[in-house]
Design a protein around this ligand. Structure first.
Ligand SMILES: Cc1cc2nc3c(=O)[nH]c(=O)nc-3n(C[C@H](O)[C@H](O)[C@H](O)COP(=O)(O)OP(=O)(O)OC[C@H]3O[C@@H](n4cnc5c(N)ncnc54)[C@H](O)[C@@H]3O)c2cc1C
Length: 438
């Protein structure tokens, strides 16, 4: 019989995956789930791993899509969540969609019938001092536990709302229009600037004022901090508001127009250490995703922009991973506590489950070998996600879906069309080696 016992708080996507992985390695798991005694504002059933919104786990094409690659890696690691999605798949073209009810019933059956898992229907309101515990309470963590976590990590490192600006891939920016410069040339040429003339700026403001927005859910109040207003709210305050705010052109000289100061400017700031992803500064927004693509591509230099992430503002409890977590998803200040799922700063069903899988592998290795394993290599989708939440820039840290911009670039030259398939092949080979050596 196993001598090891781990507590997991939250039987969502991450917690269910982690419980299964530990149980299959002969580790006893107490899995705490507050439903049905207490429901989050989005959950509607008492089942494990409930999909609270869409029934899609997004694109399944592993050669061209980073989330498809993450699916494939999870299949390689015997993921419970991927098995459930595959077993209950519904037709959805190239996407991996699943029957929502069957999916979570299938997982609940697996969890409740595993002899190493005890599912305890209870809200945990305190964080254990000594017991090995995995916190996987998700974007709608109950208030009592969130307060405890806040006390542990600091109020400036736990957030309750996402306020996300879009991010684009560097290679999709047109530098015959954009230019690199910092305002007043302070520091290096750290920003990418997309200049607008007066007509382009007015057309942009008009588009913002008539664009479709995502409605707030009943549990989301549209309360915004003045320093972090959505751009459409700023545009609605008057045509000059953005030009005196995030789009101010002062201190910038457009080399494509003899050094003239543009009428307005969109600035992009580097978002990852690799320099492959760039964030649209101050462009947090609640516009719908199709509207964001349509309107932001009217900005000179972004006509062919490929978005690694689109803007959003929604309820989301998450920590500042890079300042709070070590490289194995443990709290730096209390290493008996591991974290997993959306609360670590990954975004989405699949990414949350993948992070639960990684935490479980780390915990199992620690218990059975008395040391932590090497984390998965940065070239893998798991490794790229892990590095985002543990080694990203803590000053500008924001949640992120998996995307190829998080991966180290290829060292060999190749045609653009071959790049993603080559990165995907490199990832699967690296994961196979890591799995065999771990
Ligand atoms: C409204 C909404 C819509 C979304 N839509 C999508 C979408 O369409 N596609 C997508 O990919 N992602 C979506 N997401 C994000 C998605 O919910 C998460 O990516 C995913 O569910 C996170 O997995 P998780 O395991 O971290 O958290 P969850 O799946 O939320 O699981 C956390 C679990 O912890 C439990 N819990 C919380 N506090 C406690 C406590 N103190 N004690 C015991 N149990 C507790 C909860 O009841 C829950 O079961 C959405 C999120 C929200 C809020």
């Amino acid at each position: 019989m196993s001598a090891f016992r781990v507590s997991i708080i939250g039987a969502g996507l991450a917690g269910s995956e982690a419980a299964w992985q530990l149980a299959c390695r002969d580790i006893k798991v107490d899995l705490y789930e507050m439903r049905p005694h207490r429901y989050s504002p989005a959950h509607q059933t008492d089942r494990c791993a409930e999909l609270v919104c869409s029934n899609s786990l997004r694109a399944d094409d592993w050669q061209h899509n980073a989330v498809g690659l993450l699916h494939q890696e999870m299949r390689l690691l015997d993921s419970l969540i991927l098995s459930a999605a595959d077993a209950n798949r519904t037709p959805a073209g190239g996407a991996l969609a699943t029957d929502r009810q069957e999916f979570s019933s299938w997982i609940t059956d697996k969890i409740t019938n595993h002899p190493n898992i005890t599912l305890i229907r209870e809200e945990r309101t305190a964080i254990p001092e000594h017991d090995l515990t995995l916190i996987a309470t998700g974007p709608l963590t109950s208030d009592a536990l969130a307060n405890q976590l806040e006390a542990l990590v600091g109020s400036d490192r736990l957030y309750f709302y996402d306020s996300l600006a879009p991010i684009v891939h560097l290679e999709s920016i047109d530098f015959s229009k954009a230019f690199r410069q910092s305002r007043y040339d302070k520091g290096g040429a750290d920003y990418i600037n997309c200049p607008l003339d007066e007509v382009q700026y007015r057309t942009f403001i008009e588009a913002l004022n008539t664009a479709e927005q995502v409605p707030c859910r009943p549990f989301e109040k549209p309360v915004y901090f003045e320093g972090c207003l959505p751009i459409e709210v700023m545009a609605a305050r008057g045509p000059e508001t953005l030009r005196f705010g995030p789009m101010k052109p002062v201190g910038l000289n457009n080399p494509h127009q003899g050094g003239a100061t543009p009428y307005a400017v969109l600035q992009l700031r580097q978002d990852n250490q690799l320099g492959t992803l760039w964030n649209l500064v101050g462009f947090q927004t609640k516009l719908t995703w199709p509207e964001q693509k349509r309107i932001f591509r009217t900005i000179p230099g972004l006509e062919n922009a490929e978005f690694a992430r689109l803007g959003a503002i929604h309820r989301n409890t998450y920590i500042n991973g890079p300042s709070v977590l070590d490289s194995h998803l443990r709290l730096k200040t209390r290493p008996t506590i591991f974290m997993a799922g959306q609360i670590t700063g990954v975004e989405g069903y699949v990414e949350s489950a993948a992070s639960g899988l990684m935490s479980a592998l780390f915990i199992a290795h620690l218990l059975q070998h008395d040391r932590l394993p090497e984390p998965p290599p940065a070239e893998t989708a798991h490794g790229a996600l892990l590095r985002h939440v543990t080694q990203g820039d803590p000053t500008h840290f924001q949640p992120m879906n998996v995307n190829f911009g998080l991966f180290p670039p290829l060292t060999e030259r190749c045609r653009k069309v071959d790049r993603k398939p080559m990165m995907a092949k490199r990832a699967l080979e690296a994961l196979e080696i890591w799995k065999n050596n771990t």
